[in-house]
Structure formats: structure tokens, C-alpha cells
Design a protein around this ligand. Sequence first.
Ligand code: FEO
Length: 405
Amino acid sequence: MYCTRNVTESIIWVGGCDRRLALFENLFPISRGVAYNSYVILDEKTALIDTVDSSISRQFLENIHHALNGRSLDYLVINHMEPDHCANIEELMLRFPNLHIVGNEKTLALIRQFYDMDVEGRILTVKENDTLSLGRHTLRFYFTPMVHWPEVMMSYEENEKILFSADGFGSFGALNGALFSDEVDFDRDWLRDARRYYGNIVGKYGPQVQAALRKLSGVDIRMLCPLHGPVWRHDLDYILGKYDHWSRYEPEEKTVALFYGSMYGDTENAVNILAAGLAERGIRNIAVYDMSSTHVSELIAEVFRCSHLVLASPTYNNGIYPAMLNFLHDMKALNLQNRTVALIENGSWAPSSAKQIRTLLEDMKKIRILEPVVSIRSSVKQDVMRSLSELKEKILDSLSEKYGI
Ligand code: FEO
């Protein structure tokens, strides 16, 4: 049976949620599920904005037929050709013989790469700033490449001033009945997953997100309709501000996230001592993560939040502890930059992980490394306590500076 929500009187959400999928992109844990959004526009002509993942096709098709109420579908606008939004193109072409697919040159190339369907005579190719009139509603197309794939465009409906923003402004998390961000406690229940989604899915493409924000800055947007997560109809500046921060690689908070690998609890002990000392001196919202039991996507999200990072790693096979190495690889791959970092190493006979981490950090942009490096020989002793205290003071000094490196 259908399950839809009205976005406005003539625009209907026809998406759905998957709470069974364990790993988004077969990589990222999604304990809160994920929503795949799609929207029908009813006018003299009818249009569908993107489709959904194959996992929810049955619900999606029931939703479309309910929204159309016996009418045919004239246009399918493909803002993003990633398969989590494109699984139903062929089925829609079969169900609606007069359906035309609206996309750009890159969209069409990807359709041919992913699928074998015959789209001859069914394609409407658009260019930047082209418009498509549906009657009272007009869609204008803004190309926003690499937010998150090269073909991505956003469709702006000029009459109701709604931006269909593809992956932009999306989030992990199933919708649980609520469609709009003002129907949930976003800060409490959604921000963490929105940040994790941005950081891990789109985070590498900060300059391209900045380009998209600049392009859209002169557009009068009253509502943001992403392909994942809640729709924004109030306080758009909140999520636009987050995207501006994240895509500039500027931290949201001046605080410290401490990440450790620890085989027998001694490196963890040093991190706990440092974290407690920082909290005692008034630093709020400190986070401590055991890298071996926390998914790397959570760690990456915290880098987007926090200005200061403490990386604490045993020396393992004369190298960096594997969980830390994986994290550093992800940081580099996602273009993370502009952070202040402190290092703690441990090694029972030849501690060298800090030196190797430093080399990797020096290959990233605008990373400032604080001294001293704390070097532990097996377990925390008085000399290490003194080093930790000295490092704590350096972190506090750095936090009290106007942020900038
Ligand atoms: Fe939700 Fe880039 O696809």
C-alpha cells in the first residue's frame, strides 16, 4: 500500500526507507537505516525527480501510482545517476510509454554504462541553466559536478522556489514518519549522521561543494529537497551553514577528539589522563574513541567537528597500528585538512609510530603538529605524566588562540 507525504499541495514525496541494509555502499554502517527520496510534481505535465534504490522499488512504484492518481508520467528528471537513485528507470519506461528522461550528457553516458535499456527517442538532454516547463511549475537546471559524482545537477522549481538538491544536504537515517527537519530534533537525533554522511560521502569534494554554494547563493530557495534524509523548509541557513563549514574544512567546534589504538590498555590510559586533564581545565565536548571498536566513518565525522585531534598509536610491526593507519589513509583520501594534531606513541622496544604518523600528516594540507610528542615505553610512568601535562598545556594554549593555522 502507498505511503506518501505532501511536500506542498502539488509536490509529493514518493520515496521510502530501508532499515534492513547493514552497510551503505557496502561500507558504512547505518544502524538508523537510510531514506531514498523521490518527488512527483503534478501540473499540466507530470514529473518525477529521481528514482530510488532497488531495495524499496515495490513501495516506490505504489507511491508513484497513488500520487499520479491515474495520470501518466511525462518526465523523469535524473539529478544523480548513482544506482541508489536509479534502480527503477527501466521499469518506469515500461509503465509509462510516453515518459521522457531528462538529464545531461554525463547522465546519459552513465545510463549506458550501467544499463542496457533502449532509451532511443526517450531522452531530453539539458544544459546548464536550461528550463523545463511543466505548466505552472518550471524546473531550472544547475550543474553541480562532484557533489557527489560528475553528472550531478540540481533542479530548482521556480514557482514554489524548491531546490531538488541530489545528495546535497542529505543524511543517513530512515525518516520514521517525519519528512521535514522541523518535525524532528535535528541537532539531537540527526546532526551526527548528517555530518557522517557529508564527511564520508561528499567530504572529499569540498571545493566543488563551495562552487555549488556560490552558484546557488543568488537563488531564492525556500525549500531543500535532498535524496536522503529530511526535507528542509525552515531554517535553511542552519544546514547551508553546516555545509559551508564542512566544505571549507573548518571545524565546527574548538574542542578535542582523542583517537587511540591500544593493545593492553596502556596507550588508552595515557589518552584518558590527557582527556581528563583537558576537561578539568574547562574544555567541553571532548570525545575519546577506541579506533579498534569504532567504525572509521564515525572517526572521520568527528574530524569534521573538532578543531584539535590527538592521535595515539602503538608501534606495531615497526609501523603504525593498523586501525590508525586506516584512519589516516581515509583522512588523506577525503582531503581532510586545517586541523591541529598532537601525537602519542607507544612501543616497548622501538617506538616509532609518531614519526611515521608525522610523515603521513605532512602529506596533508594545513596540519599543525603540536610538541612535545609523548613517547611511552610500554606503560605510563612519571616521565610520561610530565610529557602529558606539557602536551595538555600546549593544546590548551592552541585552543585559546583564535582558530587558524
Ligand atoms: Fe545517494 Fe551519490 O548517491
